[in-house]
Design a protein around this ligand. Structure first.
Ligand code: ATP
Length: 610
């Protein structure tokens, strides 16, 4: 696949944008607070107390030293005040330790709860999205970036809160230092500013790089999956694809590695340079304090207080700026997460809200329906006119790619027709609420999902709120012949399916299909759609399954797609599609009389079975 050459664009996300991303922080905090208000406020209060402690401890330390020196120089020792000060410092140290642990604990708990909340919101948001968006690669990139938020944001929260706490610590230390030697602070602050600018600049750049590589990262994930998963293992082994896939993976990752290495080196180089400036400024200040103490302008207590405050200030300021970079970087990702949550779905809002008929009276009608998939110029189906009458079993036949599944997707309103319209009992389906309309249908797609959950859940997926209705489960399993599968499983309905998890049992293609059909029976839907759900069954079993289906769903409207004509003939009517158009429609005997494509294909298959 030809790929555009990517390069690092250092100025793509600039200083201003790094700051601008911080505007999402208040919303982020509102969300965290909502997750657990009690824990959130406990955390904030602990941090406020914690912020005041360092300067207090240092100050009490200074008082202790001054008191010790005073006691050394006096004849009559009065140690009471000294012991009170020592006890006060001890109490402060214990309090500081306890509060730090409280903060760590509430950080971890809040972080976990928020990441659960984020994952749930992403899953829910994804379900609101229209099928065309789900099939869009740009949308997938957004989803991918949003998903990254679920794990990384825990750090962002504690970083921001620690930042707030450190601002208080820094201000209080600065206050203390200002009281003794004001201009020292100027020297310290000035030496730190270049580090800040440098960090912000590189943070934007590394985000730009990561963002411009979202597609490739998805490709890497896919290649990793294709090269190392139980689903692909058979073919990978048989065709000896592992070296090829590994090489493709490595080729792509190496490109990313080269670019991020260059960036990391630049960042480390400049970072070290500015750190040296910062350290020099600190030691300059230190030498100055020593001179002032030797000259007698400062006491020994002042010296310990000032050098201690400086030491703390330096590490706090360094931490502050490094953390600031981490925060702006994470906030840029936060923007992606909120953008994803804020995606709006114009079509859904414009839909009608007409109540659905309780029972279908006349049925569905496709009137001059034509459809092109989004971003495609090709008419997949066009000039489609037919009726799906209430209570009838209509079969779709046609060669691969003729448009059968596309018609189902249109009927289900996964997409809107590009031209023409679909009516239900004479009313355009657009006028009904989409979610309620879709509840009318029980559908088994040809690529139905094999959920790696329990057998019970797999069947209940047809009507998940009825998962505890054992009778309903039994009846669905019995109708679809999935009862046989249940009987074979050591844990019956509670058997874990698939190979991904412990004690999971994998099923044969036919067994999975029986379970998928049980899902359709589980839902007492008005309209049933079976899109080649029995292709893994042998010819006789498929015909039996269909015969059974038709008997069991008397009075229900159904569409059946199958390539087996022995099955199709059981349907009330058959619609033959060719190149996106209806070629013929009628009962089996009418179409045989017609002697066109249906008769030809039927005879061809019949001859094959003789
Ligand atoms: N999401 C999509 N985006 C673009 N084109 C699509 C999409 N899905 C299907 N198509 C195209 O629409 C055409 C009809 O596909 P459809 O799946 O409806 O055929 P079908 O008759 O069900 O085929 P089969 O018997 O192989 O299942 C094909 O040319 C296919 O490439």
């Amino acid at each position: 696949m030809p790929r555009k050459k990517k390069s690092i664009e250092p100025n793509k996300i600039n200083f201003r944008e790094s700051f601008a991303s911080l505007k999402f922080v208040p919303r982020f905090f509102r969300e965290i607070r909502k997750v657990n208000p009690l824990l959130f406020y406990t955390n904030v209060i602990c941090r406020i107390i914690n912020a005041a402690l360092p300067v207090l401890i240092l100050y009490v330390g200074k008082l202790i030293i001054d008191e010790v020196l005073l006691q050394i120089s006096t004849e009559e020792k009065e140690l009471d005040r000294l012991w009170i000060l020592v006890a006060a410092e001890f109490a402060l140290a214990i309090l500081s330790d306890l509060i730090s642990r409280g903060i760590n604990l509430s950080d971890a708990l809040l972080g976990d709860q928020y990441s659960i909340d984020t994952s749930v919101r992403i899953i829910k948001k994804t379900s609101e999205i229209n099928l065309d968006q789900l099939e869009d690669s740009e949308f997938y990139d957004k989803l991918e970036r949003a998903r990254q938020q679920t794990t990384g944001r825990v750090g962002l929260m504690s970083n921001i809160l620690t930042q707030g706490e450190d601002i208080v610590v820094i201000l209080s230390l600065l206050g203390g230092v200002v009281a003794f030697e004001p201009w020292l602070i100027v020297l310290l602050v000035v030496s730190i500013v270049p580090t800040l600018i440098n960090e912000i600049k590189f943070s934007g750049t590394s985000y730009s790089l990561a963002r411009s590589w979202t597609q490739e990262r998805r490709e890497l994930d896919y290649l990793r999956y294709a090269g190392a998963s139980d689903v692909t293992a058979k073919e990978v082994k048989l065709f000896g694809l592992s070296d090829y896939l590994a090489k493709r993976f490595k080729g792509l990752s190496d490109k990313y590695y080269t670019q991020s290495k260059k960036l990391a080196k630049q960042r480390a180089g400049w970072g070290s340079f500015f750190n040296i400036i910062g350290t020099s400024a600190y030691y300059g200040a230190y030498v100055f304090i020593i001179f002032r103490t030797v000259a007698g302008a400062l006491s020994i207590g002042d010296l310990t207080f000032l050098s201690g405050s400086f030491n703390r200030l330096r590490s706090k300021l360094q931490g502050f700026f490094t953390r600031f970079t981490a925060i702006t970087e994470s906030a840029l990702y936060l923007q992606d997460y909120f953008e994803f949550l804020d995606l709006s779905f114009a079509e859904k809002n414009s839909e009608g809200n007409l109540p659905l008929p309780e029972k279908i009276s006349s049925g569905f009608e496709f009137k001059n329906v034509g459809f092109k998939y989004p971003k495609s110029e090709k008419w997949v189906v066009r000039n489609i006119n037919f009726e799906l009458r209430a209570g009838e079993k209509l079969a779709f036949v046609g060669e691969n790619g003729a448009g059968k599944t596309t018609l189902i997707k249109l009927l289900l309103r996964f997409y809107e027709p590009t031209e023409g319209e679909i009516l239900l009992d004479g009313i355009p389906v657009k006028k009904y609420n989409q979610a309620a309309y879709q509840q009318y249908f029980g559908v088994i797609f040809q690529d139905f999902v094999k959920f790696e959950l329990t057998l019970r859940e797999n069947i209940a997926m047809g009507e998940i709120q009825e998962i505890n209705d054992q009778q309903r489960l039994d009846s669905a399993a019995q109708k679809s012949l999935a009862q046989e599968v249940v009987a074979e499983m050591p844990l019956g309905y509670n058997q874990q399916l698939g190979k991904r998890f412990k004690n999971g049992k994998d099923l044969s293609g036919g067994q999975w299909q029986k379970i998928a059909i049980a899902r359709a029976y589980m839902k007492d839907a008005e309209v049933l759609i079976l899109d080649e759900p029995t292709s893994a069954l042998d010819a006789r079993a498929e015909t039996e399954a269909f015969q059974r289906f038709i008997e069991l769903t008397q009075g229900k409207t159904a569409v059946i797609i199958s390539h087996r004509f022995s099955t199709v003939r059981i349907a009330d009517r058959i619609m033959v599609l060719k190149d996106g158009a209806v070629l013929e429609i009628g009962t089996h005997s009418e179409l045989m009389k017609n002697n066109k494509l249906y008769a030809e294909l039927f005879n061809l298959q019949a001859a094959g079975y003789q």
